[in-house]
Ligand binder design. Structure first.
Ligand code: SAH
Ligand code: SF4
Ligand code: F3S
Length: 480
């Protein structure tokens, strides 16, 4: 499982994408506490980061964690609603838990996260084995909700807050590799992309206290972590002001504060919105070597009419201008990735071709690619017709994947011959004689281990590249 966990970064290769579809589960930690928690998380990094907050809250309440639902007293599923198949996966999992519950009737089964928020108490009726439904802003209430279930009741809290950021809660890191960590810097989303369920499941956008973010980054560095990823649905609209009102911190300023924690602490961030990313952010990235030269800038479509129907609030030209600015300020080697949706309502063949041509223009290093899945209650579900048949959606998606495969291969060839700084994340999947780590652009590099180990920076001469991975050798004593 550790392997999967490590691959759940912003990882864009086909192989790693498959890993992202797997849930992330809690580890076995036995300190002799009374009850055992098993937590399984689906969806995005924000959800994984929330599971670390939930674990922290419950460890304080007398829980140890387990990696096996059979040994648990409390089983929590932290769920995702982004596409229909994400919800289907959780439903199938709940059926499996039914069997465990038959052998252990005292087992408490709770649903957390976006599906809990979307379906609310309907989940208790639809899925008869669920005892507890808890939305993303109600995790502080978990101890009370669990006692409620202990007393024989069902428990629900799906209240969405305008303030909750869990700023004071010290997450229990579940990633296990001790090198990379995620820091949530904001919650919710105020954009209203017409296809998207997130504003309904995560509530209004709010930014976390900048100083609590910096001190979390410092603490992680002191514990040996060497890379943090700042997380939010739309990090560029981060905005926090001290209660005194004197100081306001925007995303570029936050990025700088975190970069200054230590030059050996790498900083990444996700997700950037094309309408909000500023030149200031790009110049801050340029100024600090430890801010990784990689931007996840989801386009969703390359056609202006479709972008308008999606309510993305930018058009093709605007997006192209942002790509040009990135390349002007940070150079052609800055890594760029995207999310693309195939077969959105009323998309024509020519409009689909616009998506392929935009991908070629941007020359993405990686992409997350999906076909459109209508989500109940979203503006698209209410106002537009989901009229592209599934075969066409899948065919267009395959064409998008084909173009990206070619682009990833070409982009990876650019690294061949270079000497690049790599942060070692651990052993390679196939052999303990090899290590793996990423370059600043987020591409995975594999090399013979010599006497090095995870958490160290090394310089690697890239000898070869395929569409997913770079291969090379450490250059000892190299100085930039
Ligand atoms: N906040 C991020 C993305 C969050 S969701 C952003 O604005 O880019 C992650 C990705 O899931 C989206 O970028 C989109 O490509 C995809 N997605 C969201 N809703 C979807 C839907 N209804 N059908 C298919 N893909 C969807
Ligand atoms: Fe969804 Fe759009 Fe918000 Fe991203 S920015 S979470 S796609 S509404
Ligand atoms: Fe899924 Fe919720 Fe994240 S819908 S993608 S878990 S914000």
């Amino acid at each position: 499982m550790k392997q999967v966990v490590e691959e759940l970064q912003i990882l864009p290769t086909a192989e790693e994408k498959a890993a992202c579809d797997l849930p992330r589960i809690s580890e076995e930690v036995n300190t002799g506490k009374q009850r055992k928690l098993y937590i399984e998380s689906y969806g995005c990094q924000m959800n994984f980061s929330d599971s670390e907050i939930v674990t922290s809250i419950l460890i304080d309440q007398g829980f140890d964690t387990t990696s096996s639902p059979d040994k648990a007293d409390v089983v929590l599923l932290n769920t995702c609603s982004i596409r229909d198949n994400a919800e289907q996966k959780v439903r199938n999992r709940l059926v499996q838990f039914q069997a465990i519950k038959r052998n252990n009737p005292d087992l408490l089964v709770g649903v957390l996260g976006c599906m809990a928020e979307r379906l609310k108490s309907k989940l208790l009726e639809e899925e008869k084995i669920v005892d507890m439904v808890v939305g993303p802003d109600a995790y502080r209430d978990l101890p009370r909700l669990i006692s409620e279930v202990d007393e024989g009741n069902k428990a629900v809290n799906v209240f969405l807050s305008r303030e909750e950021t869990y700023a004071d809660i010290n997450p229990v890191r579940l990633t296990g590799n001790g090198v990379l960590a995620f820091i949530s810097i904001m919650r919710g989303c105020d954009n209203m992309c017409s296809f998207c369920v997130v504003p309904y499941t995560r509530g209004r956008e709010r930014s976390r206290d900048a100083y609590s973010i910096v001190s979390e980054a410092k603490q992680l560095f002191d514990q040996g972590y060497r890379e943090v990823t700042l997380l939010g649905q739309n990090v560029d609209s981060y905005k926090w002001s001290a209660t005194s009102g004197e100081e306001q911190v925007n995303f570029a300023q936050l990025l700088e504060k975190v970069a200054l924690v230590h030059p050996d602490l790498r900083v990444r961030f996700s997700t950037s919105h094309p309408k909000d990313i500023t030149d200031d952010v790009l110049f801050t990235m340029k100024k600090y070597e430890n801010i990784c030269k990689y931007i996840h800038l989801p386009a969703q479509s390359g056609n202006s009419r479709i972008l308008e129907l999606m309510s993305r609030t930018y058009d093709r030209e605007w997006y192209i201008h942002k790509i040009d600015r990135i390349k002007e300020i940070l150079g052609n080697t800055c890594g760029i990735s995207t999310d693309m949706i195939a077969g959105f309502c009323s998309e024509t063949e020519a409009e689909h071709q616009d998506t392929l041509s935009l991908m070629r223009y941007a020359a993405y290093d990686f992409a997350y690619m999906f076909y459109y899945s209508e989500r109940p209650g979203t503006p698209a579900a209410k106002k537009l017709v989901d009229d592209i048949d599934i075969e066409t959606k899948k065919r267009r998606l395959n064409e998008i994947i084909e173009v990206q495969t070619e682009l990833s291969y070409q982009r990876n060839q650019l690294h061949v011959g270079q000497i690049q700084k790599v942060l070692i994340e651990g052993y390679s999947k196939r052999s303990e004689d090899f290590l793996k780590g990423r370059n600043t652009q987020n591409a995975m590099v594999i090399f013979p281990k010599l006497h090095y180990s995870k958490g160290q920076y090394v310089y690697v001469k890239i000898k070869e590249a395929n569409k997913a991975t770079l291969f090379g050798d450490i250059v000892e004593g190299y100085q930039e």
